[in-house]
Design a protein around this ligand. Structure first.
Ligand code: GDP
Ligand code: GDP
Length: 455
């Protein structure tokens, strides 16, 4: 009966499609084998099984659009996270915490036949800390005889335990009624939908590096007037230009054209303007004047792009002025001044002559791909597990921090949260970042790594 009443949407991970951005998110958490995936399958009906057979569809923090009692929401199944948690209760709790962070409400599944374990206790503590509303499912109550097992879970202090059998469907209707009742109308965690499919680029750099020259070179005669584009509501200072046979939004082009006259204090305004442009863009293209030494201001502009969490492409402009000596010198400067962004695509071109400006699009694509990279949680944990086994964190003051669990909580830019038993040295974090880059690419994008210490 529950199956009939449940209207599942297309079983495509919502996170992949962005279709259901804004819908409230319900995370199904609990220790391994309590029946989380079985319960989610029940909510979704048969279609979910079809998705499992599609190659390339990862079982990573799989979110599905679902509907119950006329309310649409996104359900997140953490049962697919393949993490080796053998006996590691803290890792189980860390995994649940990662899911709870991204949810509006939580459905905690406990195996009523087993009762409350140490891992369940840890999850409950974490849930209290999170302040998120929780509905408790006492699963594997396959027959009325076992109702008593469910009642014992009142002891968790999470209110009524809803006795269900995920396997047979028993009691799942009431459970879902309770779950949708605690969901807000609009998600407080799911990001807003982006309808604009044109990529947004900011050309930035200190004065006279050639921003307006490059803009003119790229735009050529193909310039599109913003309000000619149907359905666009763009900032009038932005401009749609066409190069490489595609349209791109160049943000703050008016600012580039107008070229604020360099007066006293202009430096300050230049920093603000760069900031504004970069924040509106997906990619920051930082122009350097390759005929001159790299300056502090160049490095500051690059840092602004990194700090804003935007993809980064570095352009060595005025290449027509670069001779062999200068080229060698520039290489040396880059090794010393730009080593921390050696992951950014770098291209040499001449905005004046147009030489190699056709290479910009490829670099932008590469950086955007890196920026949008999503590493499945299973792969990430397998990788970090091996990394940690081969190169454990150094012992500090008699203690050795361990990685419990990690998950990429967002893309664009990639943000990874690592749950550990202790603080990670900056050196070890850098080591992790470098290895992540070797393994998963992340070309052209900063990676944000957060560490959460859990005992
Ligand atoms: P997960 O690791 O929490 O996602 O757990 P699964 O959904 O993979 O289920 C673990 C095992 O418990 C599977 O063998 C399920 O068939 C079984 N299971 C799940 N729900 C029930 C239930 O309601 N009753 C019984 N008897 N078994 C169940
Ligand atoms: P902006 O202040 O960053 O917008 O820089 P402009 O585009 O106004 O360029 C500053 C100066 O550098 C102008 O005199 C340009 O003609 C010159 N310039 C720009 N790009 C190149 C280039 O690729 N080669 C050479 N030789 N000069 C360039």
């Amino acid at each position: 009966e529950a199956d009939r009443a449940l209207l599942a949407g297309e079983a495509i991970p919502a996170a992949e499609t962005g279709l259901d951005a804004g819908l409230p998110v319900l995370a199904v958490v609990g220790r391994p084998n309590v029946g989380k995936s079985t319960l989610v399958n029940r909510v979704l009906g048969r279609r979910e099984a079809v998705v499992q057979d599609v190659p390339g569809v990862t079982r990573d923090r799989v979110s599905y659009p679902a509907e119950w009692a006329g309310k649409r929401f996104t359900i997140v199944d953490t049962g697919g996270w393949e993490i080796d948690v053998a006996g590691l209760d803290a890792a189980v709790a860390a995994q649940a915490e990662a899911a709870v962070d991204l949810a509006d409400a939580v459905l905690l599944v406990v195996d009523a036949r087993v009762g409350v374990t140490e891992a369940d206790d840890r999850i409950v503590k974490m849930l209290r800390r999170s302040g998120k509303p929780v509905v408790l499912a006492a699963n594997k109550v396959d027959s009325p005889v076992q109702e008593g097992d469910a009642a014992a879970l009142w002891a968790l202090g999470l209110g009524e335990p809803y006795a269900v059998s995920a396997l047979h469907g028993r009691g799942s209707g009431e459970l879902l009624d309770a779950a949708v009742a605690i969901l807000p109308e609009v998600s407080a965690v799911a990001g807003p939908e982006r309808s604009d499919d044109l990529h947004r680029i900011a050309l930035v750099g200190r004065p006279n590096v050639g921003k307006s020259s490059l803009l003119n070179q790229l735009a050529g005669s193909e310039r599109v007037v913003v309000n000619e584009l149907a359905g666009t509501t763009r900032d009038p200072v932005d401009e749609v230009v066409e190069f490489d046979g595609r349209q791109w939004v160049l943000v703050d082009t008016a600012g580039i054209r107008r070229r604020i006259r360099q007066a006293r204090g202009a430096d300050y305004y230049a920093v603000l303007r760069t900031q504004g442009a970069v924040e509106k863009a997906e990619v920051g293209v930082v122009l350097l004047d390759a005929s001159e030494a790299i300056t502090e201001q160049d490095i500051r502009v690059i840092q602004q792009v990194v700090d804003a969490g935007r993809a980064l492409v570095i352009v060595n402009n005025k290449w027509d002025l670069v001779d062999e000596d200068r080229r060698k010198q520039l290489e040396w400067e880059a090794d010393h001044e730009l080593a921390h962004v050696d992951w950014a695509p770098r291209i040499n071109l001449s905005a004046r002559t147009g030489w190699h400006t056709n290479r910009l699009a490829r670099a932008l694509d590469t950086a955007l791909a890196g920026w949008n990279t999503r590493v499945p949680t299973g792969r990430l944990n397998a990788f970090l597990g091996e990394l940690q086994a081969a190169t454990p964190h150094p012992v500090r003051g008699g203690k050795q921090p361990r990685i419990l669990f990690a998950t990429q909580v967002q893309a664009a830019p990639p943000r990874i949260v690592i749950f550990t038993t202790g603080f990670l040295d900056a050196g070890y974090r850098r080591f992790i970042e470098n290895r992540l880059r070797e393994e998963f690419g992340f070309v052209g994008t900063p990676i944000q790594i957060g560490v959460r210490v859990r005992e």
